[in-house]
Design a protein around this ligand. Sequence first.
Ligand SMILES: [Zn+2]
Ligand SMILES: [Zn+2]
Length: 223
Amino acid sequence: MKELKEKKKAILEAMDHAVPEEHRAEAEDVLDIYREDLIGLTLLLELYTHHPESRDEWVREIRLVNRQQGVFLLVAITVQGEYLYLVSSEGLEFQGRLADGFLADELIDFFGYDSAESFKKICTKVDVFPVYEPLQLDEDICPACHAATGEVHELGCPVEICPWCGGQLIHCDCRYEKLGLDSIDSEEDLVQFEVLLEERGRIPYSSEQRPSFADDGIDIVFD
Ligand SMILES: [Zn+2]
Ligand SMILES: [Zn+2]
């Protein structure tokens, strides 16, 4: 998992400038919690590289406000404040201070809040949100595509199970058989396969599908 190691190294370097000496150990403890979690590391790296000049800034805690299909709404608690971030494996976006309780309308809908007001209301106290757990420890999250239990995997996720043969969907031959093709060469073929897959009924993520992890990448084991 090279990406994780590189991120961790960059965070440690940025910490040299950002974290006061007396808080270094605590800041590293937080980093250690998320050492194998891409979402957590992405957020920490942003926070430590975003404030390179401020000497007295370090991240004490990350809490989970909401999550949906691999998109996480997190609050980073630092010495200077509580900040809302939208984070996924694709990247991250700063949303403002938690105290402002503001989210764009599309995000209010996406995360299933009744209204902007009801979201604002829950943002008044940070303690109501649970501490964000690193993904590999959270059995309710697909470790590869971050779908939650009961949610459909992202198409192409190596953990998704084929609804025809029960094998690993990205490796079995069902897609060729179902499409009547020897190979899949176009986006159209893929879209057509997705249609067949939905008709058949995709198998959503559940914790029994969790692969075991090897040091370099994912070693999928289904039993
Ligand atoms: Zn998945
Ligand atoms: Zn299959």
